[in-house]
Write a protein that binds this ligand. Structure first.
Ligand SMILES: Cc1ncc(COP(=O)(O)O)c(C=O)c1O
Length: 402
């Protein structure tokens, strides 16, 4: 029997006592993915991107594995919550915050102030942090990290690839911001981060699109070369102003490339643990699908088609078909082009439909990693062919940060 069909029988058996819709994580696949990621990092630690996991139990399990150290959180309230709950004592918030109340909580709590580092990329937030700290009775220094623009400018700046993030681009920009930080007694410069989304988050082997693949590979090569030189110069310029505890870079798609840069001390990554569908199109690694959701078959509209309940769990980003979930098991099902994945029902077409009966279940994969957890309050963690334990997602703990 082919491996996917064996997995399907395993997942069906493990969850037979549960009613779908439901979400599972296959722990063996997750562990294999984690080990593959740390092997690719070649000895540099991976800071776990919590947005790509969104489940405290799994975050804890991964942090206990060799090769993972610290959390890359996505909001300051999330980071404070994780610190308070004792999940981790080294949490970098990967995106800037303008949450004055959370900044005041951070500065007012010695434990949180020691554990959490916030992201800055211009002088205004420095004032905001200081003001929030001044509103507390006994403020503690706030740890900050400078976010660097890792985008690539081609055609003399006319074509920009990469996420629109920081305005800090040159060694001079970064050194000036570092100097502004160290001049403020209430702030501590802890690190630098530069996330090359155009390499780490864009698959270089899109199925059936050879021209696009060639263009992606060309731009990624150029961008990687440019960034390695610029990142090293920025790190040197900032280290001349103040010491740095860490230089963070990369993501699931670029682990080995980013880790190879001497200036980088750690990688920020998480998606590769669940191995969602958007991470299938990379040449440098192949993860095992670890996070899945099951929907019940509720209709049989005709030959070659079944209809499942729910399923419209679209991923964020530029809206296109790649953001849709994908039918996974049984093999041989596809979405209907007209209907996609629906709010309340999802037709699935293909030869496998005729073997499915009402009440059977179909297994799908989300396009992205942690967003699945915004749809489910629990994850059933599968070990072999049983549910070893059922744990809450962030949502299940009443936490919907974004
Ligand atoms: C700052 C930062 N680092 C790293 C990553 C990579 O995360 P992942 O490997 O989970 O895709 C992201 C993803 O958006 C990010 O925003």
């Amino acid at each position: 029997m082919a491996v996917p069909e064996r997995d399907r029988q395993r997942y069906d058996a493990a969850t037979a006592h549960l009613e779908p819709p439901l979400a599972v994580v296959d722990l063996a696949a997750l562990r294999a993915n984690a080990q593959a990621m740390t092997r690719r990092a070649g000895g540099k630690p991976i800071r776990l991107a919590s947005k790509s996991v969104r489940c405290r139990e799994l975050i804890g399990q991964v942090l206990r594995m060799d090769g993972f150290r610290g959390i890359l959180a996505f909001t300051l309230p999330e980071a404070l919550w994780l610190a308070e709950r004792g999940t981790c004592d080294d949490i970098l918030v990967g995106y800037p915050t303008a949450d004055r109340a959370a900044l005041a909580r951070l500065a007012g709590d010695p434990g949180a102030a020691a554990a959490v580092t916030v992201m800055v990329d211009c002088p205004e937030p420095l004032d905001m942090i200081e003001k929030a700290a001044a509103s507390t009775a006994d403020p503690h220094p706030v740890r900050v990290c400078i976010d660097i623009d890792a985008g690539y400018l081609a055609l003399g700046g006319r074509l920009r690839v990469g996420a629109r993030r920081s305005p800090v681009r040159t060694p001079g920009d970064a050194a000036a911001l570092a100097a502004a930080i160290v001049a403020r007694p209430g702030l501590r410069l802890a690190g630098l981060m530069a996330y090359e989304a155009q390499i780490a988050g864009v698959g270089d082997n899109p199925a059936g699109q050879p021209l696009q693949a060639a263009a992606i590979r060309y731009l990624q090569r150029r961008s990687g070369t440019e960034l390695a030189v610029r990142r090293a110069a920025i790190v040197a310029a900032v280290r001349a102003v103040a010491p740095l505890e860490f230089v963070n870079g990369g993501g699931t798609g670029s682990v080995e490339k980013t880790a190879a840069e001497p200036a980088v001390t750690e990688i920020g990554a998480g998606s590769g643990l669940y191995q969602p569908r958007l991470f299938d199109s990379y040449r440098n690694f192949r993860g095992q699908p670890a996070a899945l959701f099951a929907l019940p078959v509720v209709r049989r509209p005709g030959p070659g088609v079944i209809t499942a309940l729910g399923g419209g769990y679209l991923a964020s980003g530029a809206a296109n078909r790649a953001r849709l979930p994908a039918p996974y098991l049984p093999a041989g099902l596809r979405l209907d082009r007209q209907e996609g994945a629906g709010e309340v029902q999802t037709p699935l077409i293909g030869a496998a439909a005729d073997q499915l009966r009402i009440g059977d279940r179909v297994w799908l994969r989300h396009a992205k990693a942690g967003e699945l957890c915004e749809r489910f309050s629990e994850l059933h963690l599968i070990e072999g062919n049983i549910v070893a334990v059922t744990v809450p997602t962030y949502r299940g703990e009443g936490k919907t940060f974004l």
